[in-house]
Design a protein around this ligand. Structure first.
Ligand SMILES: [Zn+2]
Length: 373
């Protein structure tokens, strides 16, 4: 019996130790990537073709602006979640490492999209550069996320990749027309039209900016720099490590010329040219806009309250003045009435005195006078 109890005790102790450990481990794994919903409105919308493109070419920009607490939304063109699920996980791991917290959208186009190449490198059929289905998708995403800044690929596809070129061409076309209701009218009807204030294309050779990817990001990232985070994020794409690619912003490295993560050009702007190297120049983030709007609303409410209080005080003062005037008039009236009553009393007294005099004169004085005669 005693031995049996010891066995039960040991088994219970083992279970007690195992169960919480396992639950804790699961919690830790869950906590590792607690994605927020995709943005309602994005400060920065990144269009990338394949999982890892957003890290290699735009990872420095993403890490920089995510660390500033901006709303960064990433949208991919290709969708590998069914054909290559490992790449989908790598995609999420990479972006989590970059500091993205809003769930990135996997694309609408599978890995077999756009395969026919003509001799000159152009794609044939519906899947040509400037492809309408892709432009429609880009336009829909722009209208859905209403970004302040759009970032995408090099028009020449970095190292000439046809799908990078297709996406860059679709972005370049879409940003010039998403404010028009008749440009892919379905998404205009669903989300409303939107004119993107600033659009940057990777390596675009006009209006260039050079991002500083070597300063400590601060906040949660501490001393880490954007280029370090991008390099770390690229390592999450384990299945792609056979490629020659690497994260670089070194202008002196000719090999990295076509992948330099620091170089972008302002392709289109509705808010004027850049004077520095900041994609958010001339832009107020949505958080900032909301903070200002909330302050203005609070000021408006306070002003309204003060106006109401002032009107109430004026009403009370007017009421008080009216009451005082009424009291003054009542006092005046009372005094006049009292004076009239007093005059009346005096008149009556005079009359009585006169009557007394007449009576005395008639009954006392007059008879005496008669007798003397
Ligand atoms: Zn790619």
């Amino acid at each position: 019996m005693f031995r049996k109890m010891i066995y039960i005790f040991i088994i219970a102790a083992v279970l007690f130790c195992l169960v919480p450990t396992r639950a804790f481990a699961e919690d830790a794994a869950l906590e590792e990537q607690m994605w927020e919903d995709p943005c309602d409105r994005a400060d920065i919308l990144v269009f990338a073709t394949h999982p890892d493109d957003e890290v290699l070419f735009m990872g420095g920009a993403i890490a920089t602006y995510a660390a500033q607490g901006l709303r960064v939304q990433v949208v991919h063109m290709m969708n590998y979640s069914v054909s290559h699920p490992v790449r989908e996980q790598e995609r999420l791991d990479g972006m989590w490492t970059l500091g993205v917290r809003h769930l990135p959208l996997a694309g609408r186009f599978d890995a077999s999209y756009s395969t026919g190449l003509m001799a000159d490198g152009e794609i044939v059929g519906d899947n040509a550069v400037g492809d309408s289905a892709l432009t429609e998708y880009v336009a829909e995403m722009i209208r859905r996320f209403k970004p302040q800044v759009v970032i995408s690929h090099d028009l020449d596809g970095e190292y000439g990749h046809i799908r990078h070129r297709m996406l860059a061409a679709a972005v370049a076309e879409a940003v010039q027309h998403t404010m028009e209701e008749d440009f892919y009218p379905e998404s205009a009807a669903e989300y409303g039209v939107w004119d993107v204030p600033k659009t940057y294309l990777h390596l675009y050779d006009e209006n260039r900016i050079f991002l500083d990817l070597h300063s400590p990001l601060g906040g949660e990232q501490g001393e880490k720099t954007a280029i370090e985070l991008a390099a770390e994020a690229y390592k999450k794409h384990v299945s792609q490590q056979w490629c020659w690619f690497y994260v670089s912003d070194d202008v002196n490295d000719p090999k990295s010329e076509q992948i330099n993560a620091a170089i972008f050009g302002l392709f289109r702007s509705t808010v004027g040219p850049d004077t520095g190297n900041d994609m958010m120049e001339n832009i107020l983030s949505y958080d900032e806009q909301e903070r200002i709007a909330a302050e203005e609303e609070a000021a408006r409410i306070a002003e309204e309250k003060a106006a109401l209080e002032k009107a109430e005080a004026e009403r009370k003062a007017a009421e008080e003045a009216r009451k005082q005037e009424e009291a003054r008039r009542a006092a005046e009236l009372k005094a006049a009435e009292e004076a009239a009553a007093k005059a009346d009393r005096i008149a009556k007294a005079c009359t009585i005195a006169a009557l007394l005099l007449v009576t005395v004169f008639a009954h006392v004085i007059m008879p005496k006078l008669h007798r003397k005669r």
